[in-house]
Ligand binder design. Sequence first.
Ligand code: PLP
Length: 494
Amino acid sequence: MKFISTRGGSSVDCSAQAIVKGLADDGGLFVPETFPDLSNRISDMLSMDYAERASTVIGSYLQEYDQAKLLSACKSAYSRFTNDDGATLVKLDDNTYVLELFHGPTLAFKDVALTLLPYLLREGADITGLKEEILILVATSGDTGKAALEGFKNAKGIKICVFYPTGGVSDMQKRQMSTQEGDNVNVVSVKGNFDDCQTAVKKIFSDKAIQSLLKEKGVVFSSANSINFGRLVPQITYYFSAYCDLVNGNQIKLGDKVDFCVPTGNFGNILAGYYAKKMGLPIGKLVCASNENNVLTEFFETGTYDANREFYKTTSPSMDILISSNLERLVFELSDRNAELTKNRMNQLKNLGTYSVTEDEKKRLLTEFVAGYCDQQDCEETILDVFDEYGYVSDTHTAVALNVAFGYGVGNGGFKNPMVVLSTASPYKFPQSVYKSLTGKYVSDAFKSAEKLYQLTAEEIPEQILKLKEKPVRFEKVVDKNGILDSVKEFLGC
Ligand SMILES: *Cc1c(COP(=O)(O)O)cnc(C)c1O
């Protein structure tokens, strides 16, 4: 399948190239030339396990990959999840469900894609005849970094370097990254916020001087951020899988519509839902939930994206983002794939921090999306309310989505379609915030608060958290944002 850039300046003939390159040469994002139609395959998918559903969805785009090998890679990736299931559906009440995506190795939904991406990249390199070593640069707001490190550790022919904002991640997230094992990994803390990290990494990708320096060393860049199509495509699976589970559990009939509410940061997760809809999955509304960094809520309400605003550090750090990279893919579709217009808008975003879509585009947007946000106070109250009402313990990101979903329901006199709220992290990644929400007490030590949270809720502490305490810290380097390029060079020994 051919992939084209959202900015019109380049295209590649196969999915493997799109995945290996990560970002298009013109700075745009790769999108499939057409969306495969899986509406007639949903009934087949009902009887499949998660890995089989994944290889069906992923294989419909990655046609150049050997489909039998893809299936076995999916089986191996999702065997690292509890019950071999990338997405566990939990019922809260007759119309509300939580889709738990965090039962993988690093306890965040990023694992759904990052347990598989090393295979997609390695195989993609073979398909395209790439001989060079691959260097993955990752900017992370917390969860991507750890999931990518864990996915790529000791991968043959691949090195990985992760940048996270100092003070912008939770204690548990920081500890997970700084104790990372593997001889091909590097972790650097950056004085700045996530947007600083992401902007610096994107700049390195399109820096011609560093590219030729790398070429001499036999190294090429790739990306494990959700700008890479290989990150996005495994995420489409769980929308289909949740739908199948609802049908199998007699909660809906095949063909009924379902709404999804997604805690959103870089717009990768919810975009995967939009792609699922384009592929024929009966989705009603996609509800985009943000925290106080509510640039997306405003975009959906006004048609203007304006990143010129105060940045808030919140208790849901993985959503503390003002420049949502994947929105570019949505804006591209919204303009009927007008690459020239998309390029101009992205230039405006880069130069002025803002751009607008037309009134007509905005109207069409609101036929598919709804947006809302939730501040930290409401997030805390939601964690408590949901625990009181359903006995369900949610992390801070999931609570933002639950709050927005409930608000949407109230605004409409109840849910019209069943509502599936995506749960993106284990509460034990943010134990201080969750424990404080439930008791009003703040316990500053992450492990102590995890223990207290367990005593209060009887929700098992995942083994990954228990083990973390014993692991030695391997990475302590802190740089300022202008030092990112140098730390990449140092890692490569140039
Ligand atoms: C990454 C992340 C998000 C945001 O997902 P996007 O794809 O960036 O919109 C939400 N919650 C958690 C826990 C995350 O790790």
